[in-house]
Design a binder for this molecule. Structure first.
Ligand code: BES
Ligand code: ZN
Length: 670
């Protein structure tokens, strides 16, 4: 039921067929860094250009006669440096390194250690590439075509709007002024503090926004266009607005309701308030991603924000709620505490992709949204990660061109699934305590994956780093093989082992030298199928577990709630014993879903073992299987669509041929 996010599901063609050589990459030098960006931008919505003036307060940590910054598709007109209390020094050359999206400003004398101001005048294009500072086309209610100017900076496109230190760890404050037509709405991360006529042209106004908190460049945003909005106040005093196309304000109501419920939820969950006075959510007509968490000004594609109250289905409302929940979670996890480098992007996205469900479950318990997590993200992640061409969640990222590659389903869906497993392993109370410590310790700063593990380790006393490294640094996941024996009348001994699960079956018929995971395993019995009776951490290839007080006729199930990121292969007897729990529905829907999914994937692998296959099919047959039926129906539907299209083409072609034979010329379209 979940709509597909806009990330890539498979590796790019280039990585599938030939590994491109990694481009050499060095981060920006740290001898000059920004403290505050004073930025004035004047977009021209007719010519699709913009003029910019940057006046950045910078610190020089070591004497130098050059400043290296990021810059792409921007022409610098003039640049100068004014040391605090000193004379202005004009730059004598701008050396563009286009491949690396950098520019080196060369000065005729040394910029001494200390504070100073860097002034740059530049021009650029409001491009049509949906990245950087770009134009977005829309139609007025009367049918006239017009353009808005909008931004999309993540991951590395702020450098297309103004020369900057475009790395997530180089944080600074921003004072933004936009010079725009007076009949347009102009928005940025912060609230407006000044609006006055532009002296040189009375059709324009100069809009100044409040100073931002210290933040990364990829979270800066501005929008200039025509919009309507609906507004509300969240219970903790934050002004929330949802901006929609003109005439569609009512379609913003649902997202407004979600956002006003969500902000207090996160404030309470993280025990840290939302730090800005306002948050705007805006639907952009041309938008490459699904949504973007710019601090205080979250941008969405229209389908991820707008709900027509009269004509929308439950799945659209659920999708909007999840996307809003996701982007608002980033306001804390990502914006307040930011990843040190793009290598940790999976954590940013994986965390938001998990907590969006926690948030929607809180706001709309009637959605039963976790079951959808299992049927969408969890199963998709297991399916993809079982392939030989999967990759570890955490990958080294260097050159900006590599960043886009890692916005994929492994980062999002596997990332979310392993965080869910971690949350379950730690328990909500300790997890929240660790999250709170992490956010307080690193707020307005940057952090790495290891920093989070350390805070969670401290809060829980559990070996979080060791457990999580086994899931994030190696690709794939295990299949847990379980067998049981009844001993001393009322004790059950489980033999549990792990091996890597591969969709293509074991390599060369063996699983030798295959990796191991630290697997949190929980176990329940038919006495209370929704309650975990025992938890173990499987940190070796195999172990035995003794469970006391299990009557011989009671069944045992591994992974209640389907939270562990692994598949399970039960012995034949254990599998058969689960049948009554499936038939009388005492096994919860997520458990039946997980069981069915495991068996379905095992069925492919065990096609050569007829007896086992029959047994699995018997259990599968007992599960009311909307997912299975859906798959079969989808497949049938796609076959029918292909046949129908082929028939249409054939029909057109024969009509055309007939017509040509008759001497007519017929335009061909399908
Ligand atoms: N930070 C991302 C947006 C993003 C994605 C920017 C790719 C640059 C490249 C945002 O938080 C996000 O994850 N958006 C998702 C929607 C989400 C609900 C899964 C998207 O755009 O698909
Ligand atoms: Zn995200």
């Amino acid at each position: 039921i979940k709509q597909t996010p806009s990330f890539k599901l498979v590796s790019s063609v280039s990585t599938l067929f030939s590994m491109p050589e990694r481009r050499p990459f060095v981060r920006l030098p740290t001898d000059v860094y920004p403290v505050n960006y004073g930025l004035r931008l004047k977009p021209d919505l007719i010519d699709f250009t913009f003029e910019g003036k940057l006046e950045a307060a910078v610190e020089v940590t070591q004497g130098t006669n050059q400043i290296v910054m990021n810059c792409a598709d921007i022409d610098i007109i003039t640049a100068s440096f004014v040391p605090e209390g000193g004379e202005e020094i004009n730059a004598t050359g701008f050396n563009y390194q286009n491949e690396d999206e950098k520019v080196t400003l060369c000065f005729p004398s040394t910029l001494q250690k200390g504070s100073g101001s860097l002034k740059i005048d530049f021009v650029g294009e409001l491009n049509d590439k949906m990245k950087g500072f770009y134009r977005s086309k829309y139609m007025t209610p009367s049918g006239e075509i017009r353009y808005a100017a909008v931004t999309q900076f993540e991951a590395t496109d702020a450098r297309r709007a103004f020369p900057c230190w475009d790395e997530p760890a180089i944080k600074a404050t921003f004072d933004i002024t936009l010079i725009v037509p007076k009949d347009r709405i102009s928005l940025s991360n912060m609230n407006v503090v000044d609006r006055k006529p532009y002296p040189e042209d009375h059709s324009l106004v100069e809009v100044t926004f409040a100073t931002t908190p210290i933040m990364s460049t990829y979270l800066v945003a501005f929008v200039i266009g025509e919009y309507d909005f609906v507004e509300s106040q969240s219970s903790d005093g934050v002004t929330v607005r949802v901006y929609t196309p003109v005439g569609k304000a009512e379609q913003g109501r649902f997202a407004l309701e979600v956002a006003t419920k969500t902000l207090p939820f996160y404030k309470d969950y993280f025990r840290v308030p939302y730090p800005l006075p306002k948050i705007d959510l805006i639907a952009i007509a041309d938008f490459a991603a699904g949504a973007m968490e710019n601090w205080g000004l979250v941008t969405y594609r229209e389908t991820a924000l707008l709900i027509d109250p009269k004509n929308s289905c439950a799945s659209s409302r659920q999708w909007v709620a999840l996307v809003v929940g996701h982007e608002l979670a980033h306001q804390w996890f990502g914006n307040l505490v930011t990843m040190e480098w793009w290598t940790h992007l999976w954590l940013n996205e994986g965390f938001a992709s998990w907590i969006e469900y926690l948030c929607v479950d809180h706001c709309f318990p009637e959605y039963d949204i976790w079951t959808q997590f299992v049927s969408a993200d969890y199963t998709r992640a297991l399916d993809l990660d079982a392939l030989d061409n999967s990759h570890p969640i955490e990958v080294d990222v260097g050159h900006p061109s590599e960043v886009d590659e890692i916005f994929d389903a492994i980062s999002y869906s596997k990332g979310a699934s392993v965080i869910r497993m971690l949350h379950n392993y730690i328990g909500d109370e300790d997890f929240r305590m660790g999250m709170n410590a992490y956010l307080l310790k690193f707020q307005h700063k940057n952090a790495s994956t290891e920093d989070l593990w350390e805070c969670l380790e401290q809060a829980s006393g559990k070996p979080i780093a060791a457990v999580m490294n086994s899931w994030t640094k190696q690709m794939g996941f295990p299949i847990i093989v379980v067998d049981q024996e009844q001993v001393h009348g009322s004790d059950r001994v489980l033999k549990i082992s792990q091996k890597k699960f591969c969709a293509s079956g074991p390599r060369n018929g063996t699983y030798e030298n295959c990796p191991n995971w630290m697997v949190p395993i929980s176990i329940c019995t038919s006495e209370d199928p929704s309650c975990t009776k025992m938890k173990v951490l499987l940190d070796q290839p195999e172990t035995t577990v003794n469970i006391t007080n299990v009557a011989p006729d009671h069944w045992i199930k591994i992974n209640p709630g389907t939270v562990g990121f692994y598949r399970i292969q039960y012995s034949s007897a254990m599998l058969e014993s689960l049948l009554p729990g499936i038939r009388d529905l005492t096994l919860l829907p997520v458990d039946r879903l997980g069981l069915q999914n495991d068996l379905f994937s095992l069925l492919h692998k065990q096609a050569d073992m007829q007896e086992e296959k029959n047994r699995i099919e018997r259990v599968l047959g007992a599960i009311p299987a909307p997912d299975l039926i859906q798959r079969v129906l989808n497949f049938a539907l796609s076959v029918l669509t292909v046949i129908y299209t082929a028939l249409c083409i054939q029909c057109k072609l024969s009509k055309q041929l007939y017509s040509i034979k008759q001497g007519n010329s017929v335009p061909f379209s399908v």
